[in-house]
Every structure is written in structure tokens, then in C-alpha cells.
Design a protein around this ligand. Structure first.
Ligand SMILES: NC(=O)C1=CN([C@@H]2O[C@H](COP(=O)(O)OP(=O)(O)OC[C@H]3O[C@@H](n4cnc5c(N)ncnc54)[C@H](OP(=O)(O)O)[C@@H]3O)[C@@H](O)[C@H]2O)C=CC1
Ligand SMILES: CC(=O)N[C@@H](CCC(=O)OP(=O)(O)O)C(=O)O
Length: 338
């Protein structure tokens, strides 16, 4: 048994992490931190988890309690991990953070995209960016991992092999992506109210969405990113456009993605146009790509579940690698469909 602590266990990502841990052979959540719900039963926040966590309650965070666990996950709003990172490092507990605090590799980029100075700039280099398909060897055995945001996971997986193979130019990359509403967290907000979202599709975060920085770090290109909010609970569909760097067969981008992800347990590349519905509840990413000789552009599309491969599933996949377990342990490769 690997004793797990979760910070932000009462949120959507924390709830999904608890759901996945319930099906994991080793990860056993024993400390669920959530100050505002301390004393409440897990099932009060997550009724669907009642059978898995009978009698388990949220507790207040206290750094000395880190001595009781073998692995720590955090699913808190940005800025919170920075405050407690020194405690975590001092105790040496393996840590996977889902917030954005330690994803970027330099403090100036963090300040540019998050609008505030980083409180622990010296610790940025200590964290590995937790995208196993790109950084598996660095995650294996690491103590500190920063899991990517949901949008960057989709865009980086669709684009990086095409950049690396020299098929697309690094400038002028466009990422148009739509997210399900759980991507915005569980707190009630005007922008995610049922009546605002239902039967509607809208862009937001024009030009300055903070995930642009992660996409640029992960692809090595210059990205114009436009997120959209879609009337669905889960899912990200990212449609990515780039200028072709040279003439090529229409199928060359698809062949490149197939070669790049051959043997990857959670990545499926095919000529079919991916849909978010294929991925629900699974850690799968479905990808496709084409070259259009008429416009000399390459288009690549990714679909995933923002709460699994875009959040809690990615965290479990990283933790499996960090602790030397089978990377796929506790994770579904097949979504619930229809
Ligand atoms: N939802 C998604 O698809 C994804 C989310 N993320 C990131 O993961 C993190 C969590 O997201 P999500 O679960 O959606 O968010 P939620 O709003 O659903 O949950 C946030 C959690 O953080 C806790 N929390 C809130 N404020 C504080 C604080 N000041 N100190 C400590 N804990 C606090 C909340 O506890 P309480 O109930 O007690 O307030 C709750 O457990 C965020 O950083 C988000 O950006 C990343 C990838 C995908
Ligand atoms: C639909 C929606 O609102 N999505 C969130 C993305 C949340 C996330 O995954 O990213 P971070 O962890 O980097 O915040 C947004 O656009 O802010």
C-alpha cells in the first residue's frame, strides 16, 4: 500500500483523483486535505464516491502530517503550492502538483503570463514537467512533478512531433480548443452558470490565455491560442493549424504522429476525426493530422478528457513512473461510450 495525501481533494480534479485511486492497486488516499470542508464526509462533496470511501472525512492541512504519507498530490488553485512547497521539499515526500505554479521553466515567463511574481523562483528548476509521452525518462524516479494544464496536454501532443520532424514552421501556429465546463472548476461562477453555457459555444481568454506559455514551452513554437467553452461536462478538443515547412504527402503528418506515439499506452493516432466522447473517463488521447497542399497548412486534432488525461489521470500516470510502478496502473485506456 502506498499512502496518499491529496490537497484540494474536494474539487473536481481532486474528486477524479479519488475515483482513480479507488481503482488503483497501490494508491490508498488516507489524508484528504480541504480546509473549507474539514470534518465533512468525502461523500458530501463527491456523492458518487460513497462506496469507495465510507467514513472518510476531509481534514485541515498541517505540514507535520506529511510524515504520514508516501505520496502527495495537489489540485489547488494557482499560487497555493508555492506557499507550501518548502514544507514538501523539506520532508522529501514525492509530490505531483496539478496547479500551474511549477510548470514553467523560468520565473519571468511565469510573471508575464500569471501577472504576479513567483514566490519560489529557485524551485522552478526542481520540478519536471509531467507529460510522460514527452518526458518519460525525466519523470521516472523524479520527486517533484508539475502536471500540465489540460489544454497544453492536447496541443503539445498534437504538435510537438510535427515540429520535431521539421514538417511545420515554428511561427504562426494556431490552437483553437474547446473545453467542457468542468475545466473551470466546481465553484459557481457567472461564466459557467448552466444558463450561460447550455446551448452555446463561446471563445474566451483571447490572445492572453496563460496556457499559451506552456504550449510554447512544450512545442518550441510561437502559438496563438483561443480557448472556447463548450456545453459539455468533460472533454477537450484542440484543433491546431500550422504553416507547412516544406512540400509533403497529405499523409505525412499522420505518419509522423503514428511513428512518434507507436507503443504509447494512452495515445491513439488514426485517420478518423477524434471526438471528446471517445475519451470520457479514460486517460486516452485520440489524435489525427493532415497536410492541405492547397493552403500549405498542416492541421492536427487532439481529443481527451480534461479531468483524466488533462488532470487526475496524468497525475496518476506520473506518480506510477515516479514510484517505479507499471505506468498504466489504475488508468483506463478506453472511454465510456456513448
Ligand atoms: N478541472 C480541470 O479540468 C483541470 C484543473 N487543473 C488545475 O487543477 C487545480 C484544481 O482544479 P479543479 O479541481 O478544477 O478546481 P476546483 O475549484 O473544483 O477545486 C479546487 C480545490 O482547491 C481547494 N482550494 C481552494 N482554495 C484553496 C486555498 N486557498 N488553499 C487550499 N486549497 C484551496 C478547494 O477546496 P475547498 O472546497 O475547501 O475550497 C478545492 O478542493 C487548479 O489549479 C486547476 O487550474 C488542471 C488541469 C485540468
Ligand atoms: C474551461 C476553463 O475555464 N478552463 C480553464 C483551464 C483550467 C486548467 O486546466 O488549467 P490550469 O491548471 O492551468 O488552470 C481555463 O481556461 O482557465
Amino acid at each position: 500500500m502506498i499512502k496518499v495525501g491529496i490537497l484540494g481533494a474536494s474539487g473536481y480534479a481532486g474528486g477524479e483523483l479519488l475515483r482513480l485511486c479507488a481503482a488503483h492497486s497501490a494508491f490508498t488516499p488516507i489524508l484528504l486535505f480541504g480546509d473549507s470542508q474539514a470534518g465533512e464526509a468525502v461523500a458530501a462533496a463527491h456523492p458518487h464516491l460513497a462506496l469507495a470511501y465510507p467514513g472518510v472525512r476531509f481534514e485541515r492541512y498541517a505540514p507535520e502530517r506529511l510524515a504520514e504519507i508516501d505520496l502527495l498530490f495537489a489540485c489547488m488553485p494557482h499560487g497555493e503550492s508555492q506557499k507550501i512547497a518548502p514544507d514538501i521539499l523539506a520532508r522529501g515526500v514525492p509530490f505531483v502538483d496539478l496547479g500551474a505554479d511549477f510548470r514553467l521553466d523560468d520565473a519571468a515567463t511565469f510573471a508575464r503570463w500569471y501577472g504576479e511574481a513567483h514566490e519560489q523562483p529557485d524551485l522552478l528548476a526542481e520540478f519536471v514537467y509531467g507529460l510522460p509521452e514527452i518526458a518519460r525518462d525525466r519523470i521516472r524516479g523524479a520527486k517533484l512533478v508539475a502536471a500540465p494544464g489540460c489544454y497544453p496536454t492536447s496541443a503539445i501532443l498534437a504538435l510537438k512531433p510535427l515540429v520535431d520532424a521539421g514538417l511545420i514552421e515554428k511561427t504562426g501556429i494556431i490552437v483553437d480548443a474547446a473545453s467542457g465546463v468542468t475545466g473551470a472548476g466546481r465553484a459557481a461562477k457567472a461564466g459557467t452558470h448552466f444558463c450561460t453555457v447550455d446551448e452555446s459555444l463561446a471563445a474566451y481568454g483571447l490572445i492572453d490565455h496563460r496556457h499559451t506559455a506552456e504550449m510554447e514551452m512544450g512545442t518550441g513554437g510561437e502559438v496563438l491560442f483561443t480557448p472556447h467553452l463548450a456545453p459539455m461536462n468533460r472533454g477537450i478538443l484542440a484543433t491546431c493549424y500550422a504553416n507547412a515547412a516544406r512540400d509533403m504527402d497529405a499523409g505525412a503528418p499522420l505518419d509522423t504522429l503514428k511513428a512518434a506515439y507507436e507503443g504509447e499506452p494512452f495515445v491513439h493516432v488514426s485517420g478518423a476525426l477524434p471526438a471528446t466522447k471517445w475519451t470520457l473517463g479514460s486517460n486516452a488521447v485520440h489524435l489525427t493530422a493532415r497536410y492541405d497542399p492547397r493552403t500549405r497548412r498542416v492541421v492536427a486534432i487532439a481529443a481527451l478528457d480534461n479531468l483524466v488525461k488533462g488532470a487526475a489521470g496524468q497525475m496518476i500516470q506520473c506518480a506510477n513512473l515516479m514510484l517505479g510502478l507499471d505506468e498504466t496502473e489504475g488508468l483506463a485506456r478506453i472511454g465510456v461510450y456513448p
